[in-house]
Ligand binder design. Structure first.
Ligand code: ADE
Length: 226
């Protein structure tokens, strides 16, 4: 998979080298390239933003540098992903969809976001998704892109040493994952649940399903509504 990221803070993505994503890059599962939006500006100040039409606080990112940059990056089968607190909510199922795409282009907005015409224009030729990583506001899309990329790349075939662990984890079946324990059997007076020591795999599976359901009911009842 190929991933291009456009940002006015390209060094934000230096961590990619250090993280799990770096492992995927080294093993050629994914090729990540980071671009500085200011390289697509034409004025001496390398400006990327302007005041909003209609008034209001903050600045809006201008369409011109985005158009120049994205025209150069988007290929026929590319998906354009624009992180935004006003987008659809990111989820495990969206990560699964992303992991099947041949080429993702992430466009990191700052300030009050990117001029809406950029998304509207590319939507006529490409799959364009505006995506939020949660109901809170970040200063820009960079952190959101790191989260979405990590959730996506770890799903690529060959990334996980043990692909079984992908099946068991939170959100994969629409529920939160059951609690996990390791040695020692007793720690600060707290025991590992007896059933996990029983060797009875059916009983362990049933217990884990119950725990998963109970945890979801307690912490995320909204997930059970559908
Ligand atoms: N940019 C600012 N806030 C964001 C959010 N919650 N999700 C994605 N991108 C953002």
């Amino acid at each position: 998979m190929k991933i291009d990221i456009v940002s006015i803070f390209p060094s934000y993505f230096d961590v990619v080298e250090l993280s799990l994503l770096g492992k995927a890059a080294k093993s050629k599962l994914v090729e990540v390239t980071v671009h500085d939006l200011r390289d697509a500006t034409t004025d001496v100040h390398k400006s990327v933003d302007d005041t909003p039409y209609g008034g209001g606080a903050g600045m809006v990112m201008s369409p011109e540098p985005w158009g120049t940059m994205l025209d150069g990056l988007l290929q026929e089968d590319s998906w354009l992903i624009v992180p935004s607190p006003a987008g659809q909510l990111f989820s495990q199922s969206l990560a699964v969809e992303f992991s099947a795409a041949p080429h993702l282009v992430f466009a990191c907005g700052r300030y009050e976001g990117i001029d809406q015409r950029v998304m509207d224009h590319y939507r006529t030729t490409h799959r364009v998704l505006e995506v939020s990583v949660g109901d809170y506001v970040l200063n820009g899309g960079e952190v959101a892109v790191l989260a979405m990329m990590e959730a996506t790349v770890r799903l690529l075939p060959g990334f996980m040493g043990n692909p079984e662990s992908l099946v068991e984890e939170s959100h994969e079946k629409g529920l939160l994952e059951y609690p996990s324990y390791t040695k020692p059997r007793t720690w600060r007076g707290l025991d590992v649940p007896e059933v996990l020591l029983s060797g009875n795999h059916d009983a362990i599976r049933v217990w884990r399903e119950e725990q998963s359901l109970e945890r979801t009911r307690q912490v995320r009842p909204d997930l059970l509504e559908d």
